[in-house]
Design a protein around this ligand. Structure first.
Ligand SMILES: [Zn+2]
Length: 444
């Protein structure tokens, strides 16, 4: 399997750190203060396609995705309101009700998209102790300082590797231009590890810490929780390209300087944006669509999934209702072909269709399948892989049904995930409320 690694700026053949078939995948998950839009769905769909492809090609994957339910401020510069508290104020609910409502909605949307849930989905508020422990480790190693009345900050000037992921030119980074001014910061890129609660009001979410009452900075949850479930160093970390300069850069700084081990992550995988009618999605442009909007207009979530697959995850993708309509037609055509082949075959149902490898394929079918796997394992070239699926629709050989089923499992349909009981994982000391994949009891 080859993937483009943002860290090396090259396509690399991936390998397991434990020299076996185990791969840890950490995906930055949703901040549950609002409904997920179709741009978010693109990212989680492609994460799932990545995990499916790894599994289909023999890797044992532990897929961890966090749920951000505290500490994600509206600005990247450690200023502004906590998104959760803002969501609560807007809806008149408590922060906990807001988190629960939007998290449930998020899982339902993934289910409708037939995007498999991750193996483990830890919430930030269940891992405050681990986050405090990581800040303490950074403090002990000399990477922190306090801004009185504000919080504990990471001193980026102490880390010679800071910003390598994004190739940041720190000396050129103008304070204020990008991340807003915070009084007392030693360097423009310094960021909050722990924020103090205001003295004149009580926050809805706050915890005691060695530095006083407060709440964690957003970035610390991802380095603390990924290390909890996947170890101090692991293989793949995914996220949107907008996370490269700040969130992921800061995750790396936290993890590597807390443990002294580099690199924190072997392969950084970044997803590009979804545009709507050529523009960035925004509420003011009224082009902020959710899966509900797609379904209300009569489209299948699978048509949306097909639209996502029609572009490489590293490229921008433009959503239009016309392109979605074309995808709907395409998906229906594929379904009709599958039904037709099934009727012509000796198999009674879709479940009876054997796996590739269990039957001998004609040379023509074998070539189509090899092409498909080649495209999927070469940095997830899903548009090219879809093109090989289309070749099958013209194929007269009834055994094409075997390939079609396999390709659907790579790209679309749910299938039972293999449970690997021997995945050893360091468990958090906290008590994570963990979401478990359908039918799968992975660790608990
Ligand atoms: Zn993250």
């Amino acid at each position: 399997m080859k993937l483009y690694n943002t860290s090396s700026k090259q396509v690399e053949t991936i390998s397991s750190l434990s020299n076996d078939s185990k791969i840890g995948v950490y995906a930055c998950g949703p901040t549950v203060y609002d409904y997920a839009h179709i741009g978010h769905m693109r990212k989680y769909t492609m994460d799932d396609v990545l995990v499916r492809t790894l599994e289909k090609t023999g890797w044992q994957v532990n897929h961890v995705m966090n749920i951000t339910d505290v500490g994600h401020l509206v600005s990247d510069g450690d200023t502004g309101e906590d998104k959760m508290e803002k969501g609560a104020r807007k809806t008149g609910k408590t922060v906990w009700e807001v988190a629960q409502h939007f998290e449930e909605d998020f899982w339902q949307k993934l289910d409708r998209m037939e995007v498999r849930r991750p193996d483990t989905a830890p919430r930030a508020t269940d891992h405050i102790a681990e986050q405090i422990a990581q800040v303490q480790a950074l403090e002990k190693n000399g990477f922190t300082y306090e801004i009185p009345g504000d919080g504990i900050y990471f001193d980026t000037s102490q880390d010679p590797h800071y910003g390598e992921l994004a190739r940041l030119q720190l000396e050129e980074q103008k304070e204020g231009a990008r991340i807003g001014v915070t009084e007392g910061k030693r360097n423009p890129a310094d960021f909050a590890l722990w924020k103090f609660s205001p003295t004149d009001q009580q926050r809805a979410m706050e915890w005691d810490s060695p530095w006083g009452k407060g709440f964690p900075g957003w970035h610390i949850e991802c380095s603390a929780m990924s290390m909890c479930y996947l170890g101090e160093q692991f293989e793949i970390h995914t996220g949107g390209i907008d996370h490269i300069p700040v969130h992921h850069t800061n995750e790396i700084a936290q993890a590597e300087n807390a443990t002294g081990k580099r690199p924190f992550v072997q392969y950084w995988v970044h997803h590009n944006f979804l545009l709507v009618d050529g523009q960035k999605m925004s509420k003011s442009l009224e082009n902020f669509y959710t899966l509900d909007d797609v379904e209300e207009r009569g489209f299948s979530p699978m048509a949306l999934k097909m639209l996502f697959l029609s572009a490489n995850y590293r490229d921008e993708l433009n959503f239009t209702w016309e392109s979605l309509a074309a995808m709907q037609k395409g998906y229906e055509k594929l379904q009709r072909k599958a039904q037709q082949l099934l009727e012509q075959s000796a198999y009674e149902s879709w479940e009876d269709v054997p796996e590739v490898g269990a039957v001998t394929l004609s040379a023509e079918l074998q070539k189509i399948y090899d092409d498909f796997v080649y495209q999927m394992t070469n940095d997830l070239k899903t548009p090219q892989a879809l093109a090989t699926v289309w070749k099958l629709t013209k194929c007269k050989d009834v055994q094409a049904i075997v390939l079609l089923k396999e390709m659907f499992e790579f790209l679309f349909s749910p299938y039972n995930k293999t449970v690997y009981a021997d995945w050893t994982v360091k468990l958090c000391s906290g008590s994570p409320r963990t979401l478990i994949n359908e039918n799968v009891f992975f660790f608990f």
